[in-house]
Write a protein that binds this ligand. Structure first.
Ligand SMILES: [Zn+2]
Length: 379
């Protein structure tokens, strides 16, 4: 009963916020002064200040240019006026458009649904905000981030759910700036709409689903490229224990593209590093451990008293999961995995899906003790 009430409660919060599109600022990493806009699919209109409902045909070219403190709106080279706000929208269920910055000149992108543009007093360029249905946004993010990994719908369901978790946890991240999230890496990369069928299916077929912990909190879905065969406890990296981020044996990451790495470091540099950390490297036992450190039996957290996370950072290693051996005047580090190792291995998840596991099995494998709940009705 308690669970039922919480789910209902979540439903009402979400239903309220989902009654309209979410707002994602695009081209957020650029200072844009001029763009060209065109309808790609669907019947679009423009509202520009008090000019309402200008019908846009598919072949029309709309130019928006910042001039002084106004935006000059022209359609097919005839100027409509100088305005403050432009709303480019469609009432069609499926619609998308193309946007091309021409000052500076950048690659065109296509996005679903609607667009809102106004001048930003702070950064002095055009503020370009995609008002987009949640599923279209999530599919765009998944395609931007991992669209090329494989063609497996179950894998894209996993990814869409993780992106939905991020969205729901961070829905107010940029709210003081007038939008929910941006398209930059500090939020989630969102460089285009999705056009890959499997990605779109993944987002649609997992609609409204999120991952919650045993307290029904929407979890932070940490991930990395490859675990090297064993994931890492959150507490071993960040020193606070998180119930759903526990180390486990992960055979699915083995022999995937980022499974192995190798690095050679001059032995005297390697020894000096530990000496600088206050270790007596002339001591036989210490020296033996530094030159022959092994994690063949499983992941460790320290080499003598130096945290492996620190060594990884200082030597720019792909992971903390390595074994050391003397190699002429060098030491050779034989490493496994890529990334911090906490949470989901993306390559492992892809492998599980290829082997026929379903999306919820993948999620429950990498995140300990979680469950997937659906927090809204189909829109
Ligand atoms: Zn952001």
């Amino acid at each position: 009963m308690k669970k039922y009430i919480i789910i209902l409660f979540l439903f009402f919060i979400v239903a309220k916020s989902q009654s309209q599109n979410i707002k994602i600022r695009v081209f957020s990493e650029n200072n844009i002064n001029k763009i060209t806009l065109a309808s790609s699919f669907g019947n679009y209109f423009i509202d520009a200040d008090n000019l309402k409902g200008i019908n846009i045909k598919r072949q029309d070219k709309i130019n928006l240019e910042k001039q002084d403190n106004k935006i000059v709106l022209s359609i097919n080279d005839s100027i409509y006026g100088k305005v403050d706000t432009i709303h480019f929208y469609s009432n069609d269920l499926k619609c998308f458009f193309q946007i091309t910055p021409t000052n500076p000149s950048l690659k065109s992108r296509r996005y679903d649904d609607n667009l809102l543009i106004y001048l930003d007093s702070k950064d002095k360029g055009l503020k370009i905000i995609n008002e987009v249905k949640e599923d279209n946004y999530l599919a765009g993010v998944v395609q931007s981030e991992v669209g090329g990994v494989c063609d497996n719908v179950e894998f894209f369901k996993v990814q869409a759910i993780c992106c939905r978790n991020y969205l729901r946890r961070n829905i107010n991240k940029h709210i003081k700036d007038g939008y929910n999230l941006c398209d930059g890496v500090n939020c989630q990369a969102y460089k285009s709409r999705a056009n890959k069928k499997e990605v779109i299916d993944g987002a649609n077929k997992s609609q409204g689903e999120v991952i919650v912990d045993s307290n029904n909190n929407i979890i932070e879905t940490l991930f990395h490229s490859n675990s090297g065969g064993q994931t890492v406890n959150a507490s071993d990296v960040w020193e606070n224990d998180i119930s759903f981020l526990q180390s486990k044996i992960d055979s699915f990451s083995i022999n995937q593209p980022n499974y192995r790495w190798e690095k050679r470091i001059r032995e005297k540099d390697w020894l000096k590093y530990f000496k600088d950390k206050g270790i007596d490297v002339k001591d036989y036992n210490n020296k033996t451990e530094i030159l022959n450190f092994s994690q063949e039996e499983g992941r460790k957290t320290k080499l003598l008293n130096v945290p492996l996370t620190q060594i990884r950072k200082d030597f720019n290693l792909k992971s903390t999961f390595f074994t050391v051996q003397p190699f002429g005047s060098d030491v050779k580090l034989n490493g496994k995995g890529y990334g911090h190792g906490v949470g989901m291995s993306q390559e492992g998840a892809a492998k599980m899906c290829q082997e026929g596991y379903e999306y919820w099995q993948v999620i429950e494998f990498y995140y300990t003790g979680v469950k997937i709940i659906k927090i809204e009705e189909n829109k």
